[in-house]
Write a protein that binds this ligand. Structure first.
Ligand SMILES: Nc1ncnc2c1ncn2[C@@H]1O[C@H](COP(=O)(O)OP(=O)(O)OP(=O)(O)O)[C@@H](O)[C@H]1O
Ligand SMILES: [Mg+2]
Length: 180
């Protein structure tokens, strides 16, 4: 198996985790075993204790890139699902992993993510209860030239998962879908 890192980036509530979960299900059907580094889970473990200052966010993302590189260079497919707001640090990850790095921009406006407000975080950010919230009181820098753009305002999570599968198939990084 060829290793790769599918690196999601997008605002909170844009669909990083939702699309990842769908993708994992589809990849299991194709017998692809992979590792997922989800932002929320990494922050409870590998990055426990880090906050949301630029420095801490950068440290968090560098750790994710470090682990993704260790795994993917030995043939393990990796999905990272963290907001990863800063372009410079994402590009660092790209440099480390070179052609194994696939950037997927999970695109949805702040307004739409705020309407979804799955975790109630936008409301807390607006009231000032949460400071340094990406898209509200902290920057989000969209990728300039991502391999994939997943427009989650105009397509369903299933469509986004299919778009990614088609791309990975095209690059011969995963086997074709089993005949149904
Ligand atoms: N087209 C779509 N694609 C993805 N998610 C969608 C779409 N339409 C609606 N949603 C909803 O948006 C929400 C996205 O939440 P999700 O937890 O995936 O966000 P996230 O990007 O992982 O955020 P966080 O960075 O806070 O973890 C889910 O409730 C999902 O059902
Ligand atoms: Mg998430």
């Amino acid at each position: 198996m060829k290793g790769f890192t599918l690196w999601f980036t997008g605002l909170s509530g844009s669909g990083n985790t939702t699309i990842t979960n769908l993708l994992v299900k589809e990849l299991r059907k194709r017998d692809v075993s992979l590792e997922v580094l989800d932002g929320d889970i990494v922050r409870e473990n590998l990055s426990k204790g880090l906050g949301f200052s630029k420095e801490d966010r950068d440290t968090n993302i560098r750790r994710i890139a470090f682990v993704a590189n260790l795994l993917s260079r030995h043939g393990v497919p990796v999905i990272t699902a963290a907001i990863s707001p800063y372009r410079e640090i994402r590009n660092e990850a790209r440099e480390i992993m070179d052609s194994r790095f696939i950037e997927a921009y999970v695109k949805a406006s702040v307004e739409v993510c705020e309407q979804r407000d799955v975790k109630g975080l936008y409301a807390k950010a607006r009231s000032g209860e949460i400071k340094e919230f990406t898209g509200v009181s902290d920057p989000y820098e969209p990728p300039e030239d991502p391999e994939l753009v997943l427009d989650t305002e105009s397509q369903s999570p299933e469509d986004s998962a299919q778009q990614i599968l088609a791309y990975l198939e095209e690059r011969e990084l995963i086997p074709a879908a089993p005949a149904s």
